[in-house]
Ligand binder design. Structure first.
Ligand SMILES: [Zn+2]
Length: 350
């Protein structure tokens, strides 16, 4: 049976549905959602889209062809509605009291979470960024925009990572190591073989140990020895300046400060490059911006305040959603406190 569910956007957006006509969720849908939630939030949202798209009567609903075109709070509203309709509105969680530090059970009632609906008509807005010769079209962000933005960020990080990767390897080191291994030194062959079997650079990118070792090696041909030693010193300088260069890159692109301090080898081993909080915050504004510049991340990092202010004002205008602040009362000590919960659909699965 199709039911009419009113959306939080409240009919205030042009060419966007005011209500959705939707069938009831099935047991197998919930099973699929639980499975996907164990993979990732993204996988969960993919399944949520396919479940919702299966249940919505798009002819009656109008304007959209997939729930990915709905705003995030509207998707949330549909999920809450289905959750309440099928399993009831109550949901139990365990909370840790900040005062007595004991755990207690708390029941969230989905019906009691405050809805903030749009009250004014929202129109797309053009913001001119004269300095960069750009026009930004601001609009209501949906999941499709979000997916696109994540692609930008992923590509950007990969590019920076590739730049760093290139600098982490000094090809000459490998060449020198191979040269040492293959060379037929006539005198003190044993010692040299011992040395040449070692890596010139240790796993942390240090040369010192290698140079000390090399100094111990006595060779009949002093010229040959000095030549190799100079080569090692030259490489040492190169690696040092590359490390500085990598620090500059990380600084320029607002990556986490802690990354700038760690050893370059650790960067190589880390799976993800983290932006600092400031950049993260700026990037979230990207979902309001519909036509994104090609080098979007770089643009948003260098965004002028004048443009930023306009984007922020627009973000305030289009704000709608559920109040995530919940007031708790500890069952052990009676302490009352407020906390923000991430009330995403996956939170309410069980
Ligand atoms: Zn307590």
């Amino acid at each position: 049976m199709y039911a009419k569910i009113d959306l939080l956007t409240n009919g205030m957006i042009e060419n966007y549905p005011k209500s959705v006509y939707m069938d009831n969720i099935r047991v197998r849908h919930f099973k699929d959602l639980i499975l996907a939630s164990k993979v990732s939030e993204e996988a969960f949202n993919d399944v949520l889209t396919s479940v919702f798209d299966d249940l919505i009567d798009f002819e009656k609903t109008g304007f959209i062809k997939t729930t990915d075109e709905l705003s995030f709070p509207d998707r949330q509203k549909l999920f809450y509605w289905q959750r309440i309709n099928s399993k009831g509105s109550k949901f139990q969680i365990t909370i840790n009291c900040p005062r007595c530090e004991k755990d207690f059970d708390f029941t969230i009632d989905l019906l009691k979470i405050k809805e903030n609906r749009l009250e004014n008509k929202i129109k797309e807005k053009i913001v001119k960024d004269e300095e960069n010769n750009l026009e930004l079209r601001l609009g209501m962000p949906n999941r499709l925009d979000h997916i696109e933005m994540n692609k930008f960020i992923k590509n950007y990080k990969e590019n920076v990572f590739q730049q760093i990767e290139k600098m982490l390897y000094v090809e000459d080191i490998e060449l020198l190591e191979n040269e040492l291994k293959s060379k037929d030194f006539s005198s003190k062959k044993e010692m040299l073989t011992q040395f040449s079997g070692k890596k010139i650079v240790d796993d942390k990118g240090n040369f010192t140990e290698a140079l000390n070792e090399f100094d111990k090696v006595s060779m009949d041909n002093i010229n040959e020895k000095n030549k190799i030693k100079n080569k090692i010193l030259e490489l040492k300088e190169k690696v040092k300046s590359n490390k500085e260069e990598i620090k500059k890159i990380l600084k320029k692109y607002f990556f986490d400060k802690s990354l700038q301090e760690v050893d370059t080898v650790d960067i190589k081993n880390s799976n993800d490059l983290k932006f600092d909080d400031y950049t993260d915050y700026m990037l979230t504004l990207g979902t309001c911006i519909k036509n994104k510049p090609k080098n979007y991340v770089e643009y948003i990092i260098n965004l002028q305040y004048k443009v930023l202010n306009q984007v922020e004002l627009y973000a305030q205008d289009i704000y709608h959603g559920f109040d995530s602040k919940v007031t708790f009362k500890c069952k052990e000590c009676g302490h009352k406190f407020e906390d923000e919960l991430l009330l995403t659909p996956s939170f309410f699965l069980s």
